[in-house]
Design a protein around this ligand. Structure first.
Ligand code: SAM
Length: 322
């Protein structure tokens, strides 16, 4: 529980007194007021992506304590609030009013805290939120993002694909040609790719992945945290065949392995030798030719150098430069 004390010090700060049982009592913090006399905090509150238990204790406390909840769909959020006995007033904040609603939300922030929620998961991730956060920062409003549910991260960590580095791509374009061009842009990307897609476009997306990126390992994470949760892992061709035979339903995240080194290693030895020969015949020094061919082919430089020595020895004496 906290109380804002509108005590401005040279217009720069106001003070916030906060009673916290976990922190052991009353605390007072000076908060930059920023532009205007904004005293509220904008909380970004993730909500469950299927299972109502997937909400943090802090998220519930914030939803209970704020003056207003800006929700993507007030009907969806009302179900969550009713489940937890929360009676905070709601207002809509969605794709179609996300700009026109800004002033009303900042009016509310002038007198209290506001929580932003979307229908499911983390606001701002393929959901409204970005414009509000950007404007809040611009107006000097304190923004507090709460960690919580997100379908992309749950799918990634359950996929069995590398998690050390990944790219979230969001929803692909709907038209086949645009989608293939969009995928082609990440064809050489080594990091794991995460995409959102609707069930009726999953098979065409998998086909496009197969034809544009190759037969990579993928994971379709479907209905995460719900009764019919499924994580189907395999090569793109196998998973495609499965869903062609069993059209999927529900919500879906597709996780795709990054471009394998094998993409480059697919250069067979004869191709490496040809590339080396061409460079050596053009007069390029062996060390430079080996380094550049190794990079292009995805081979180890020493191995390419060793092949280069053989190629050079095989060159007619007169054409040898080094
Ligand atoms: N903000 C949300 C988040 O943090 O994940 C995403 C919202 S986006 C409009 C909805 C998409 O997220 C769905 O079409 C699906 O791709 C994915 N998604 C949401 N819930 C899911 C679930 N339970 N299982 C699998 N995918 C889900």
């Amino acid at each position: 529980m906290h109380f804002d004390i509108p005590c401005f010090v040279r217009g720069m700060f106001y003070f916030r007194a906060c009673w916290s049982r976990s922190a052991g009592g009353l605390q007072c913090t000076a908060i930059p007021a920023g532009k205007g006399r904004v005293v509220g905090t904008l909380f970004i509150v993730p909500t469950p992506i299927g299972n109502l238990e997937d909400i943090t204790l802090r998220a519930l406390r914030v939803l209970r304590e704020v003056s207003l909840i800006a929700a993507e769909d007030t009907r969806t959020t009302r179900v969550l609030l009713q489940h937890y006995g929360i009676k905070t007033p709601l207002t809509s904040y969605h794709e179609h009013n996300k700009l026109s609603k800004l002033d009303a939300i900042f009016d509310a922030l002038a007198t209290g805290d506001v929580a932003l929620v979307s229908d499911a998961g983390t606001p701002g991730i393929s959901d409204p939120g970005y414009e509000l956060v950007r404007e809040a920062i611009h107006r000097g409003v304190r923004v507090e993002p709460l960690p919580g549910p997100n379908a992309a991260i749950a799918a990634l960590v359950g996929s069995g694909l590398p998690t050390d580095s990944f790219i979230f791509l969001g929803f692909p374009p709907r038209k086949d040609r645009a989608r293939r061009e969009w995928l082609a842009e990440v064809a050489d990307e080594r990091r794991t790719l995460i995409l959102y897609e609707s069930p009726n476009r999953l098979t065409s997306l998998l086909r496009a992945v197969l034809e544009t990126l190759g037969d990579r390992p993928v994971c379709v994470a479907r209905e995460l945290s719900k009764v019919y949760e499924e994580l189907r892992r395999g090569q793109a061709s196998e998973v495609l065949a499965h869903y062609e035979a069993n059209p999927p339903r529900g919500e879906i995240v597709l996780v795709v392995g990054g471009a394998p080194e094998a993409r480059a290693e697919a250069w067979v030895e004869t191709r490496v030798r040809e590339a080396l020969r061409a460079r050596l015949e053009a007069g390029e020094p062996l060390s430079s030719a080996a380094r550049r061919v190794a990079m292009e082919a995805g081979w180890n430089r020493r191995d390419v150098y060793a092949l280069g020595v053989e190629e050079k020895d095989a060159q007619p004496q007169a054409r040898r430069k080094h």
